[in-house]
Design a binder for this molecule. Structure first.
Ligand SMILES: C[S@@+](CC[C@H](N)C(=O)[O-])C[C@H]1O[C@@H](n2cnc3c(N)ncnc32)[C@H](O)[C@@H]1O
Length: 282
């Protein structure tokens, strides 16, 4: 059974019986879903018993997982805020968006720039259900849309995003903790390269992922894979760095995400096994 209530501020109904037919047909409650387990670690309520069981078993082996999930949200907030205010980006393509949670991309971007246009992409049926209800623009000038698609098909995503985003302006392409679900590194590289090839000069790539930088991270990932869900592949910092080839990283470059322009108000940043960077397409 899912826990009661929705994401913070979200719809109360996420019982399977309340979900639309097309979502129900794709819903799996026998294996954890990446989106729902992540929602659990982030402190959300849109998850099922299987997600919480596997989430707890994984976090028991890797106690840094919950801090990592929460640090990743802080990273997303700092990056989107920077891009919307300093870099004046008005178009955001958030691929593997996850379930709505605290401070979603459209809320941060449209708070800084009410006219910002946001396209979310995910392939999880639960995200689809919530996106219909929740991922709505927060300003009359802005636009927020959702594409139900798999990131292995960048051309489809670019074509559908072009109905919403202004491709004559820079676009922030975001892959936030999602590429570990892509099993082959060569495919990750192809997806990122193909997506960035389809956006104009001056666009940004924002990407972070979980790294093989500790024994605990490796143990947790092995445990997660035992659940029968799609394994999460940890990558080396060098592999993540190579995804930015041909782009200009902005300061401070590729770092543990808690150390990317940390907010002094949040105290001394703790190191987490997730590295990322922000880079501009020349
Ligand atoms: C770890 S969560 C991260 C969510 C969000 N980006 C965040 O930063 O909180 C990974 C997300 O990637 C999505 N995902 C995994 N594989 C995907 C695929 N092949 N295509 C699209 N989305 C995918 C999952 O459904 C999930 O919502």
């Amino acid at each position: 059974m899912p826990s009661s209530g929705g994401a913070p501020g979200g719809p109360a109904a996420n019982q399977p019986s309340d979900l639309p037919e097309d979502v129900l047909a794709r819903l799996r409650t026998d294996i954890p879903s990446p989106a729902r387990t992540w929602n659990y670690w982030l402190g959300g309520k849109d998850n099922y018993e299987i997600d919480r069981e596997v989430g707890d078993a994984t976090a028991a082996l890797n106690p840094d997982l919950v801090p990592l999930a929460r640090q990743s949200r802080r990273f997303l907030i700092r990056v989107v805020n920077h891009l919307a205010t300093e870099a004046k980006v008005r178009n955001f393509l958030d691929i593997g968006a996850g379930l709505p949670t605290e401070s979603n991309t459209h809320e941060i971007a449209q708070r800084a720039a009410p006219e910002a246009r946001i396209v979310y992409v995910d392939n999880d049926p639960m995200v689809l259900a919530h996106a219909r209800a929740l991922m709505r623009g927060t300003t009359p000038e802005g636009v927020t849309e959702y594409i139900d698609a798999d990131y292995h098909r960048p051309q489809q995503i670019l074509a559908e995003a072009a109905n919403v985003l202004n491709f004559s302006q820079p676009i922030a392409v975001m892959f936030m903790g999602v590429m570990g679900f892509c099993q082959e590194y060569e495919t990750v590289k192809r997806i990122v390269d193909e997506t960035m090839a389809g956006v104009p000069s001056g666009s940004y790539l924002v990407l972070w992922d979980c790294t093989d930088t500790s024994e605990a991270a490796r143990r947790g990932t092995e445990k997660y894979a035992e659940s029968g869900t799609l394994p999460y592949i940890l990558r080396s910092v060098e592999q993540l760095d190579a995804l930015f080839d041909g782009l200009e990283k902005i300061d401070p470059g590729m770092v543990s995400i808690s150390q990317w322009r940390p907010d002094p108000a949040e105290g001394e940043p703790v190191h987490v096994d997730g590295y990322g960077a922000v880079a501009r397409k020349p």
